[in-house]
Design a protein around this ligand. Structure first.
Ligand code: SF4
Length: 344
């Protein structure tokens, strides 16, 4: 039995990915000698885990660090600090060659299907490429697997000879999903996979991802800014603000009883599909601060309706307020009810 305790609880025995204190800073350079004048705090001290067959939604405003977190886990960029454990092996310090045994198990689907597929390759070759890269399969076997993947993602066999520009946006994203599935991954980082698609197509792609998860036992890190989409697909949700996770819990707890003022404000902006239900809107004042010089104390204090003196100087630690529900806010001690902000 797994008895380790992290800042976001005890990972289950079937944990795949464990991220601890992950940090990514980018130097800001100025002047003719490109001297480092500061650091962009893109991701700061982020911790979470993902189990087999689970979807963790990672949500927050643009620029909060969620996509950087996904890219760091994929080792497309190197972390500044922290650890990434993949099925019990530390991968954060591995180079390209060292990462090779793990690459096929960690795949990605990106936001823009127009630019994430090679425009000069036929669809069948796009899907076959990762199989050729990672396996020494015979040509006939590769062709069979590609055909089966096309069927699995809802594309027709006659589309295998087409080029990406001949597909619609939704079909291109299906092609991107087929490519991600090709090396038989265990976890797929989905980075805003539906935000470039028409609303009518978004639901089809989300449902496809959920069906594939049921069929193949996949895990997803689902990065998105759209809370309604995250609610539909996720088992647990982590909310990010200015490079930090401020709340992490199961989907039901987050959407029915948010504990962090920022989550409360985000949820209040989600339209309710029932005209009889009026959701009170929480107005956040002020702008999102720059990640180059994030505010001291709680990073949300410049916009938080409950901010007090302590919030300006002391950074809140992540605390468990009820089983499986973690919040970084000084107002939380595990017993208080969720505060209600000024509403309109
Ligand atoms: Fe608001 Fe203070 Fe909680 Fe930060 S710690 S969210 S400023 S109440």
């Amino acid at each position: 039995m797994n008895t380790r305790v992290t800042s976001t609880g005890t990972p289950p025995a079937n944990v795949l990915l464990e991220v601890s204190h992950l940090t990514k800073h980018y130097p800001v350079r100025k002047g003719v000698f490109s001297q480092v004048s500061g650091q962009v705090h893109a991701v700061d001290d982020v911790s979470f885990w993902i189990a087999e067959g689970e979807t963790l939604g990672l949500v927050g405003e643009s620029g909060c660090g969620k996509s950087t977190t996904g890219k760091t886990i994929l080792k497309l960029i190197d972390p500044t600090a922290g650890t990434i454990d993949w099925r019990g092996h530390r991968i954060d310090q591995l180079s390209g060659t060292g990462m090779r045994p793990y690459r096929r198990e960690l795949q990605a689907v990106f936001q823009d299907p127009y630019s994430s597929l090679n425009p000069r390759m036929r669809a069948a070759d796009i899907v076959a490429e990762p199989i050729r890269n990672f396996e020494s399969a015979a040509v006939g076997e590769i062709d069979e697997r590609v055909a089966s993947l096309f069927e699995k993602v809802g594309l027709r066999p006659d589309q295998m000879v087409k080029y990406p520009y001949e597909f619609s946006g939704g079909q291109r994203q299906r092609l991107g999903i087929a490519r991600a599935l090709a090396p038989r991954p265990k976890l797929i980082v989905c980075d805003e996979p539906v935000s470039a698609l028409d609303v009518s197509v978004q639901a089809q792609v989300i449902n496809l991802l959920m069906d594939l998860q049921d069929e193949l036992g996949l895990s997803y890190l689902f990065v998105a800014h759209d809370l309604a989409v995250v609610e539909h697909i996720s088992h647990r949700v982590a909310v990010m603000y200015l490079g930090k996770i401020v709340e992490l819990t199961d989907k039901r707890s987050l959407f029915t009883n948010p504990q962090h003022p920022y989550t409360e404000a985000l949820l209040s902006a989600v339209p309710v599909p029932d005209p009889k239900i009026q959701r009170k809107q929480v107005i956040l004042l002020g702008d999102v601060p720059s990640p180059i010089n994030p505010p001291p104390g709680c990073r949300f204090h410049t916009r938080c309706p409950y901010a007090e003196e302590r919030c300006r100087v002391e950074e809140p630690a992540m605390k468990q307020v009820r089983p499986g529900h973690f919040v970084a806010c000084h107002l939380r001690d595990g017993s208080a009810a969720a505060p209600r902000a000024k509403t309109v």
